[in-house]
Design a protein around this ligand. Structure first.
Ligand SMILES: Nc1nc2c(c(=O)[nH]1)N[C@H]1C(S)=C(S)[C@@H](COP(=O)(O)O)O[C@H]1N2
Ligand SMILES: [Mo]
Length: 200
């Protein structure tokens, strides 16, 4: 039976091995951290001209961006058309003045989760630090008050409860990257597991 135009269009947006969901599963290692707006901050450090520390109020005053994006978890679910609102990663990088020798980004979260990504992917035009999702403030389980969103990589790179962003010359593997997940994580290339890195 021929596929409908709508399902063919959906297939072309679904990376190999993924299944579309319409709910929004929660994938967290460990408990959801508590947020205190009085003590929360976001640190931007490493190879930058101007190390920055934003309070919650300062961060919310930065220019806002909206990004519609699909979300692909390596455990095989994908969720289309997430409407993220927050601050472009590019803006944060510009404010800090990322130095020319920076190549990688290491992200730290409340609760100890970390992830790493190449600078170029952190600075992708669709990447942002999001505090709203689908018209509402982010839910605590989905990363409130602030999560990274990098739509072109598997969602474990979209770190929830982000507290620190470090620009570095050398790469360093994050939480899942040292536990068997791929260092890069492109869903279109099915870069799921670290053993695949040997073939590259
Ligand atoms: N701090 C933190 N960020 C995280 C995770 C986590 O366990 N802790 N899980 C990652 C994984 S594996 C996925 S698929 C997405 C899931 O985001 P969601 O729970 O909002 O669906 O968050 C990512 N970011
Ligand atoms: Mo995931």
């Amino acid at each position: 039976m021929p596929k409908s135009a709508a399902s063919a269009a959906a297939d072309s947006r679904l990376p190999p091995g993924q299944t579309l969901v319409t709910n929004f599963p929660v994938l967290s290692y460990g408990p959801t951290p508590r947020f205190d707006p009085a003590t929360w901050n976001l640190r931007v450090s490493g190879l930058v001209e101007r190390p920055l520390v934003f309070t919650w109020n300062q961060f919310r005053e930065l220019p806002r961006t909206t990004q519609l994006a699909d979300f692909h978890c390596v455990t095989s679910w994908s969720r289309f058309d997430n409407r993220w609102e927050g601050v472009k990663t590019r803006l944060v990088a510009e404010l800090a003045g990322v130095k020319a020798d920076a190549r990688h980004v290491f992200v730290r979260c409340d609760g100890g989760y970390t992830t790493n990504l190449p600078l170029a992917e952190f600075l992708a035009e669709d990447a942002l630090l999001a505090y709203r999702h689908d018209g509402r403030e982010l839910e605590p389980d989905h990363g409130w008050p602030l999560r990274l969103v990098v739509p072109k990589l598997y969602a474990w790179k979209s770190a929830k409860w982000v507290r620190a962003i470090e620009f570095t010359a050398r790469d360093r593997r994050g939480f899942w990257e040292v536990r068997g997940y791929h260092n890069h994580g492109d869903p279109w290339k099915e870069e799921r597991y670290s053993f695949q890195e040997d073939d590259e």
